[in-house]
Design a protein around this ligand. Structure first.
Ligand SMILES: Cc1cc2nc3c(=O)[nH]c(=O)nc-3n(C[C@H](O)[C@H](O)[C@H](O)COP(=O)(O)OP(=O)(O)OC[C@H]3O[C@@H](n4cnc5c(N)ncnc54)[C@H](O)[C@@H]3O)c2cc1C
Length: 404
């Protein structure tokens, strides 16, 4: 039986290898000049390949359609991923939050391991072969690339999502799926910067605040993430913002409010006591000097402007209202959310091929027999921590399981 896998990202590579292991004739078609380009930019260039977590933790980190991934993940867990790489000589390291990286912190180790597994098992990999169309004739598929036309008994679409298009993920898989009648859940950015209306001063670009809480408040829910935020020209990023972006990416920005709690460890009463101490200290003659004691110096001026507090006010004559305003703004520094950054800069695409039309036990289309989907092209996305690559790998690994 001949199977064509389209897209040599981590999902397509794993899928091809597993299919070949079972003895199928596998042709892997990749549009780029090399495989798995996106992997080189993962994990800030270090490649957070999976998360050494329990099954429960894995599913709690899947934002959309976790149940759809039950079979795929149970068939190829995070520990199986680690075993896969370690048994092929890639040393791994487990860091904070159970994030797993190659010990070399070099994504190339991960890519070459997948590539070599495919090559050694006999997968026919063709680079520089963008697939232009797929059609089904009777019982076989006709796949047309820029250079050739191929026939296959089965086709796997592993073309990824729509972000970082220069890595090859340009959303082609959605067009192929739609051609076969599949529903595409609108692709929207996830794990991405929150854009804000207020102009962020240049001295804050790339400035990271640790141990803060970022809050989003919508008509239906309030979510808070503790950790880091980083300011950029475009808005607020960092782990907390990325996580929250995945929860609000389908909500009208006008209905989302965001706030930073700069002092999450102190409740309002304790923070007020602290502010009173600073006001009463002889060292601090103005409000600005008080705020200096409570925030990194880089943000003090901007904090005062956004909070509409006059930094020149003298502490000796400070009103209760001003003091309360300092406290309230430290606990809930309000910024005007205007939407997410462009999808091209999203770590992951939310949306894609509707999981309702794909069999979760085989990843075969429910509409077209012999057509399969794996990886980010599907409507599944996860939080940061290695869960997205794990999803790409485990969906890729599942397809061979029920094929005989
Ligand atoms: C900046 C960044 C950092 C990230 N960091 C992490 C991380 O540390 N950990 C983590 O778990 N996840 C991370 N991710 C997410 C992760 O990289 C993706 O979820 C994963 O790569 C998806 O794998 P995939 O194989 O489904 O798709 P992709 O990796 O996108 O691969 C799809 C492949 O299909 C090819 N293709 C597309 N169309 C065609 C066509 N028409 N013909 C032929 N080939 C085609 C593409 O060229 C590409 O090679 C990160 C993503 C980004 C952008």
């Amino acid at each position: 039986m001949k199977i064509i896998v389209i897209g040599a990202g981590p999902s397509g590579l794993m899928c091809s290898y597993k299919l070949r292991e079972k003895g199928f004739d596998v042709l892997l078609l990749e549009k780029n000049e090399k495989v798995a380009k996106k992997v080189y930019i993962t994990g800030k260039g270090r490649c957070n390949i999976t998360n050494n977590c329990s099954k429960e933790d894995f599913f709690s980190n899947v934002v959309n359609n976790p149940k759809f991934l039950f079979s795929a993940y149970n068939n190829f867990t995070s520990q199986d991923t680690m075993e896969f790489f370690e048994s092929r000589g890639v040393k791994l390291i487990v860091e904070r939050g159970n994030r797993v990286y190659p010990a070399s912190y070099n994504p190339h180790d991960i890519v070459s391991c997948l590539y070599n597994a495919c090559k050694e098992s006999g997968v026919d990999i063709k680079l520089n072969e963008p697939v232009l169309s797929i059609n089904k004739k009777d019982n076989y598929f006709v796949v047309v690339t820029k250079k050739n036309t191929y026939d296959a008994d089965k086709v796997v679409i592993a073309t990824g999502g729509k972000s970082y298009a220069h890595t090859g993920s340009t959303g082609d898989g959605y067009k192929f799926a739609q051609h076969f009648g599949h529903t595409i859940i609108e692709p929207v950015p996830a794990l991405i910067t929150l854009r804000i209306k207020e102009e962020i001063p240049a001295n804050l670009y790339r400035f990271t605040f640790k141990n803060v809480s970022l809050r989003v408040i919508t008509d239906d829910f309030k979510k808070e993430e503790f950790g880091e935020i980083t300011f950029y020209k475009e808005g607020v990023a960092g782990a907390t913002a990325l996580t929250l972006s995945s929860m609000i990416n389908r909500i009208d920005p006008n209905k989302v409010n965001i706030e930073i709690d700069f002092k999450p460890a102190l409740d309002v009463k304790k923070l007020d006591a602290r502010v009173i101490r600073e006001i009463q200290s002889k060292e601090n003659k103005t409000v600005k000097e008080v705020v200096h004691k409570l925030l990194p110096k880089e943000i003090v001026d901007w904090f005062l402007i956004i909070s509409k507090i006059n930094g020149d006010l003298e502490t000796s004559t400070l009103s209760k209202e001003v003091r309360e305003s300092i406290v309230n703004n430290l606990k809930a520094f309000k910024l005007t959310y205007i939407g997410l950054d462009d999808i091209d800069r999203a770590v992951v695409t939310s949306g894609g091929v509707s999981t309702k039309e794909v069999n979760p036990n085989t990843l075969e289309s429910k509409l077209v027999s012999g057509l399969y989907f794996s990886g980010e092209v599907l409507d599944v996305d996860c939080f940061t921590g290695g869960y997205n690559l794990q999803t790409a790998l485990c969906t890729g690994a599942l397809i061979s399981k029920k094929l005989a």
